[in-house]
Design a protein around this ligand. Sequence first.
Ligand SMILES: Cc1ncc(C[n+]2csc(CCOP(=O)(O)OP(=O)(O)O)c2C)c(N)n1
Ligand code: SF4
Ligand SMILES: [Mg+2]
Length: 287
Amino acid sequence: MSTRKPSDYKSELKPIWCPGCGDFGVLASLYRSMADLDLDPAQTVIVSGIGCSSRLPHFASTYGIHTLHGRPLPVAMGVKLANPELTVIAVGGDGDGFAIGLGHFPHAARRNVDITYLVMDNEIYGLTKGQASPTSLYEQKAPSTPFGNPEDPLNPLALGIAAGASFVARGASFNTKALTELITQAIEHKGFSYIDALSPCTTFNNTQESWKELVRDVAPDHDVTNREQAFELALKGGFTLGILYRQERLSQSERYRNILDKAKASDVDTMLDSFNARKGAAIGKPS
Ligand SMILES: Cc1ncc(C[n+]2csc(CCOP(=O)(O)OP(=O)(O)O)c2C)c(N)n1
Ligand code: SF4
Ligand SMILES: [Mg+2]
């Protein structure tokens, strides 16, 4: 039974997002999940990049790091490697995660780093006043694309599944009950859990009402362990809400623990002899 309340996770800073911004709903869901899981704020770290959404760690009473644009994942991975006992949650926007920061996403996924990555996807750069992002739609009009966006969007869910994320889900800021449940399951998951949280930017890309028409829940008979079915859902038009894919496999921390155990059990002199023998053989070869 949880002894903590959602309000216990609020910091003394009030969010400064625009009225109606979806990020409020994501933050409220995160507070509730942390309370449901009774997470100790002193053992929890929220790491963000740069963007409106990346301000989130300031509003939580946990530890937090507001890093650089596109860099929440490498910093979160470092925190988890340094202390696997911590609960580590990386947060950010679609621009932060899928433009400048994209190189980190597939590697965190394939390594199955035991962290949760929560992206507040508003299909726009909010903080810098509405430029098109990698998830902006073809022909979407925005301040930087008055004649329509000439590019096709990337699909973060399909990308996550392809890269080896072991938990891939989608939620929405306007459905906080379901989003809370998703975040809770993502944090509990042992491995890399990715949640694409639809989080409308009411100022530069107000999709608040239109997205409500496009969402549907994942079918009750969907087999979350079936990767092909997960791809189908990810590629389907509209937005499927819920867990698309979940796989149990050893996390990065567990694999490193196994290597440490093997290294500790092995004899250093034998290892050095074998290394020196190979080095000698390599040097001895004519070039
Ligand atoms: C290295 C670097 N390049 C560019 C920027 C400018 N910049 C700040 S936030 C941002 C995009 C924010 O969009 P997103 O990550 O989707 O967050 P949102 O504001 O929509 O929540 C950009 C391009 C920066 N701060 N640092
Ligand atoms: S600009 Fe958009 S994303 Fe940023 S706080 Fe305002 S509504 Fe939210
Ligand atoms: Mg954005």
